[in-house]
Design a protein around this ligand. Structure first.
Ligand SMILES: Cc1cc2nc3c(=O)[nH]c(=O)nc-3n(C[C@H](O)[C@H](O)[C@H](O)COP(=O)(O)OP(=O)(O)OC[C@H]3O[C@@H](n4cnc5c(N)ncnc54)[C@H](O)[C@@H]3O)c2cc1C
Length: 1119
């Protein structure tokens, strides 16, 4: 073990010497102090001796932490510290010239000088998809003896803390919480940055001769040092809980701080963000200030102290060497301009931003101005046109657009070397981080709304009235811009970037039609807006360097760049990957919609083009900066690294180009039907001319309210407006009601009541029915008059069914679940009016349920002709005898109908032996022997039963279609009803992939998020590809069923039944693997999804049977 630090040993010796009478007898030389870790020490005395009045048993090892926690020892320790402190103070000379009765300001650290752990946690949770409030709740709920407080008191190591705290968080949130990642963020240089206003205030407080202190509940880092990202020289006293073994709000720690300061409570002011800490301080007589935000707290502190604490102009710095301007000449010029009464020395600072056209803050006398000039050196003729900037700002200011008031344009290069203009300095807040950390979500929303509104204002300026109209041809802004930036890029190109090349080809081919010409800002983003310090109001739009007349949508797209850039992006910070709903920031789509609504224009369909163009433009600019940095003309040394970002930007641009391509493609079927035939077929043949062959050709529309039957709509966006609306409502219902109900429904299935229906399902069924989200499954071709269902085509339903499939509980809630759907369709197709009235109506209303009994344990039931159960005709009824199993839904108390398949004539031709009978479930002789399980899952309350039918008597009128027609009916039933499983399997897979993505983004292993491990990327890509392939096949089968009928679609139905379950099994299996063991638990739907996907490789007919069918049909076609 290492020896302790010498001062620590000295302190111990002093402790024993000064404080403890009985310990005087101890020979200090024999006291052994062993450092166990950075903050745990063991005292060891080889001689066994009792120490009175304390807890030390000499000769026993003891942890120093315990020593300091006994009140008695505390007093000794305080005495020791006071002694030391006084010595220190005596040596320090200080003067006092302000502060009234106050002689010191004591600052808490987290939440006052640096961001609070709570705020950091909130942001981190959003970014890592952890339930909001988890960390904070865990911090608080642990109480005095929770891991956080023990860590703060220095009782446990960082490692122990992270383990204990991680367990606590995960238990509370029922999800794995990577607290080590939170801890690294909390202590990272990027986050743990002192607030500049606070540091400035501390400088001012000290300049007035007052003392400053930090009083922090703090912790040790692994290095053994405490976490203190502050300049210690700025504080007379630093008191940290982990060093003292005591935390706020324990009064002892405040007293200790005051003692070290050598002051009375009434002589100090304490700032903290936590009420309970302030309360404890106030009860001792210390004046307190609650810090909600640093600016407001400082205002309060200024009032108490009676002097100003904020002198520095925000976002400025001393003028860079390369950007210096002749001060004397400027001062003379300004004095002439502002009048002879202007006296005093010129103060000149440079703004951090505005590097292209350098921008300066000027204070001269009472005047606060901003000077903006051209950069030095040779410039391109049209670049850095500050004259145009001045003219536009002046006109916009007159038109009521919030811009800084421009005062004067000086075109004479003789004054400071280049032309420049002056404007009034407008104090306000610039939000540099577009994710707006530290603000409430409502404030963030308000800021983005204000940003959107001000853009609308700019775009609504009357060009004629403001004199901004120019003589140039309007309407070709984007073509001109595309050419300009291509040229600029080519001029600064240093190597070939493939996506830039593709964009250079793609952009000119997809130019949009410019609808409107307005003033365009050209660089419209959040950090070019100056906000009111207290209200969410834009005071001024800054940096008009790139402004011109053009297509306003370019500005809208440009203001959404941050949505797609990562938070760590060096030149333009973004918030991609963050949960915008939680943050309160509108998505880019919402932002566009907001703009359109406010401008009164139709939604912008081709906004992906504008995004592609915006990213392309930034890529070209960055390439220019990079080239300049290579030739040594750059204004910043760091620009060199920026150039490397060109490729990143151009890749983003290309992503949008691809999206735009897909948008055009997806919309095509609704407007321009594809007339190509599949390339697997010999030649293009029309379905109309040759039934049974495949083609995408469009049939006449059945109803204008629906997607034309012949249209193969491959994404929900292409659905007809009423069906799209239905799809959206279904989605909303899933989000609002179904997903949130899943945990309760899962626990119901595991409870003793599981064999009775869940009341919550019944409640949700009523809600769905009331919203018209009911019986959506019945295809238009079965129910052409829409008597029973929504009358959707199979393709339309495929999209909706997929959405339902994302939750195992959803299909029943919308009355779209198997086996009822197949039975209902059977009744619609083949039932008599009486049968329909008796069985179909209650099923359609969701009042009863049903089952389908075919499979038998004794025979290979994949071959329906094997079925042996007998249906014997007797006087006025049929008597059935048989043994069935895997009868889904038969255990449900609501199950009233069993659609039974058995042999009426074993001597008839093979396919005419079977019949279908409607058996009331209350018939005597039906015995459910046991529920079967699928990988241990019972699927209650319906279950899958093994059942005996013994001498069950069924009225003759319950026969469907007639004796011997069973095979035919079973085939018909297997059409749409069975492809629904495939549609749902796509839904399972989508949900599994979504869960997997969220999980691997938030979990860290071996030092990096799981998502960054190559194998997971491959798994994600593979899953996406397989889902897309299977979906297209489902849609194709559905499409053929719509246009050519179930028989013609037989091959495609068999193919998708072969493909979908195994595809889903693979995708879900990958998701389970990525989840770790949790994936197998019932905390997530993955295990159940997996079980059902696997089961569907039998329940929907074994894979082999489908394979055999496909091969048979395929061979037939080629002969
Ligand atoms: C969860 C679940 C729910 C179910 N629900 C119902 C229900 O509600 N009603 C109902 O009647 N049944 C139901 N079933 C039963 C299901 O329909 C049958 O399991 C299926 O038809 C296969 O019959 P079998 O189990 O008798 O397998 P078998 O016919 O014995 O076949 C066994 C295996 O033989 C092979 N095989 C069979 N035929 C061929 C072939 N032509 N070529 C090559 N290999 C072949 C395959 O590997 C097959 O898996 C359900 C099953 C499950 C798992």
């Amino acid at each position: 073990m290492p020896a302790p630090h010498p001062p620590f040993k000295a302190m111990l010796e002093l402790f024993f010497w000064n404080g403890h009478q009985s310990s005087r007898r101890i020979t200090l030389d024999v006291l052994k102090v062993i450092q166990m870790s950075s903050f745990q020490y063991f005292l060891y005395l080889p001689v066994k001796k009792e120490v009175t009045g304390g807890q030390i048993s000499l000769g026993h090892n003891m942890c120093i932490r315990r020593l300091f926690q006994s009140p008695l020892q505390w007093a000794w320790r305080a005495a020791f510290l006071k002694h030391n402190q006084c010595r220190h103070q005596a040596a320090r000379r200080w003067t006092r010239s302000g502060g009234g009765p106050y002689r010191a300001v004591i600052f808490d650290m987290g939440g006052v000088l640096i961001p609070s752990p709570g705020t950091v946690a909130a942001e981190w949770e959003i970014q890592n998809h952890i339930p909001p409030g988890t960390i904070l709740k865990a911090l608080i709920s642990g109480g005095e003896n929770g891991p956080w407080m023990k860590f703060m008191r220095g009782e446990i190591t960082k490692q122990d803390f992270l383990e204990e705290f991680g367990r606590h968080c995960s238990k509370m949130s029922k999800t794995s919480v990577p607290v080590d990642s939170f801890f690294s963020v909390l202590t990272s240089e990027q986050v743990a940055k002192p607030f500049p206003v606070m540091m400035e205030a501390i400088t001012q407080v000290r300049a007035k001769g007052l003392k400053t202190a930090v009083l922090s509940n703090n912790f040790y880092l692994s290095s053994g040092k405490s976490f203190l990202p502050l300049d210690r020289t700025q504080f007379d006293v630093v008191v940290e809980s982990c060093l003292e073994g005591v935390c706020k709000p324990d009064p002892r720690i405040y007293k200790l701080c005051l003692e070290r300061l050598g002051l009375q409570p009434s002589e100090s002011i304490f700032l903290d963000d936590l009420g309970m800490n302030l309360k404890a301080a106030a009860s001792l007589g210390i004046h307190t200030i609650k810090v909600n935000d640093p600016e407001t707290a400082l205002k309060e502190l200024e009032t108490l102290l009676g002097f100003t604490l904020r002198t520095v102009v925000p976002n400025t710095r001393p003028v860079r060497k390369t950007m210096e301007i002749p001060k004397d000449s400027l001062e003379k010029y300004l004095k002439d301009l502002l009048g002879t009464q202007t006296t005093g020395v010129l103060k000149l600072l440079q703004f951090d931003h505005g590097l292209s056209n350098p921008t300066y803050y000027i204070k001269l006398g009472d005047h606060q101005l901003v000077l903006r000039k051209k950069p030095p050196g040779t410039l391109l003729p049209s670049a850095h046109a500050i004259e145009r900037e001045f003219r536009i700002m002046k006109a916009l200011g007159n038109a009521g657009v919030p811009v800084p008031k421009v005062l004067h344009l000086c075109e004479d290069s003789g004054v400071i070397g280049t032309p420049f203009y002056l404007m009034e300095y407008c104090p306000g807040v610039v939000y540099k981080d577009p994710s707006l950390p530290g603000l409430e979500s409502s404030q963030r929303r308000a800021i983005y709304t204000a940003m959107n509104r001000v853009l609308c204002k700019i775009h609504s300026v009357d060009l004629k009235a403001t004199g901004l109209e120019d003589n140039r041809k309007h309407g070709d802004y984007i073509p001109r811009q595309v050419q300009t930036w291509i040229k600029q890029y080519r001029a600064s190109e240093t190597s070939t970037i493939p996506t830039m090349e593709r964009l250079i080809e793609w952009l000119p081919l997809h130019l949009p039609k410019q609808e409107k010409t307005t003033v365009v800002h050209g660089d419209f983003r959040l950090d070019n807006l100056l906000f009111h310090p207290e209200k969410m109001e834009v005071l001024a739009v800054l940096d008009w360097e790139l402004s011109t007349l053009g297509d306003p949508l370019a500005d809208v797209a440009f203001s959404c760049l941050a949505h797609y850039l990562p938070p760590s992006f060096p030149v333009l910070r973004g918030f991609s990957g963050c949960d915008l709903t939680q943050l309160g920031i509108p998505t880019a789509e919402e932002y566009f919609r907001m703009y359109c609504l406010h401008m009164g224009i139709a939604p912008i369909k081709n906004w992906n083009f504008y995004m592609a163009f915006s990213f392309f433009r930034v890529a070209a600019i960055l390439q220019g900066v990079y080239k300049r940095s290579l030739t040594g003309q750059a204004s910043l040394a760091t620009t060199q690294q920026n150039g490397k970002l060109t490729e990143f930007m151009s890749n983003l641009a290309w992503d949008f180009a691809v999206k735009e391509g897909f948008r055009i493609f997806k919309e095509m079927p609704a407007t321009k039907p594809l007339t190509r035939s599949y390339h697997t077929w010999a030649g293009p043949q029309s379905l109309l001319s040759r039934p049974g062959t495949r083609s995408y050709i469009r049939l006449p529309e059945s109803s204008p309210a629906h997607t034309p039957q012949g249209a193969l709509v491959i994404s929900p966006e292409g659905l007809s407006p009423p069906v799209r609306e239905l799809y959206q409502r279904l989605g909303q219902f899933m989000e609002q009601h179904v997903y949130p109900a899943e945990p309760e429904l899962r626990s119901h299935q595991a409870s003793a009541e599981r064999w009775t229906p869940s009341p919550l399902v019944e409640e949700l069924k009523e809600k769905a029915k009331a919203e018209g989200l009911w019986n959506l499954f019945l295809p238009l071709e079965t129910d052409p008059e829409r008597k029973y269902g929504a009358g959707l085509t199979n393709v339309e339903y495929a999209h909706l069914c997929e959405r339902m499939g994302t939750s195992l509980y959803a299909p029943e809630i919308f009355n779209c679940s198997a086996p009822d759907t197949g039975n209902m369709e059977l009744l619609v197709r083949y039932g008599t009016e009486e049968q329909k009235a008796r069985w179909l109506v209650p099923l359609l209303e969701g009042k009863t349920r049903s089952c389908f009994a075919m499979t038998e344990p004794q025979v290979a039931s994949s071959d329906a002709t094997n079925i042996e159960s007998s249906i014997r005709e007797e006087d006025n009824c049929y008597v059935i005898n048989g043994h069935k199993w895997w009868i889904s839904g038969i255990l449900d108390p609501r199950c009233q109908l069993c659609v039974f398949m058995g042999k009426t004539d074993p001597h008839a031709p093979r396919h005419q032996q079977q019949s279908v009978l409607l058996v009331p479930m209350h018939s005597p002789g039906i015995k459910v022997i046991r529920p079967l399980t699928v990988y241990g899952l019972e699927d209650a309350p319906g279950g899958h039963g093994e059942v005996l039918f013994e001498q069950v008597c069924v009225p003759k009128e319950n026969m469907v279609l007639g004796p011997g027609r069973g095979f035919e009916i079973a085939q018909g039933r297997l059409g749409p009803g069975r492809i629904h499983h495939c549609m749902r399997l796509i839904g399972y897979s989508e949900r599994a992939l979504a869960l997997m993505k969220a999980r691997v983004k938030s979990r860290v292993a071996f030092g990096k998020p799981l998502v960054e491990q190559g194998t997971l990327l491959a798994d994600i890509a593979q899953s996406r590809v397989e889902i897309e392939q299977a979906r297209l096949l489902v849609l194709k089968a559905a499409h053929l069923m719509d246009v050519a009928g179930n028989k013609a679609a037989a091959l495609d139905i068999a193919m998708i039944k072969m493909v979908a379950p195994s595809m889903a099994s693979r995708v879900i299996d990958r998701a389970i693997q990525a989840f770790g063991a949790a994936g197998l638990s019932s905390d997530y739907p993955l295990a159940q999804f997996f079980a059902w996907a696997r089961a569907l490789r039998f329940a929907d007919g074994p894979d082999e049977v489908h394979r055999a069918a496909v091969a048979k049909m395929e061979l037939k076609r080629h002969i």
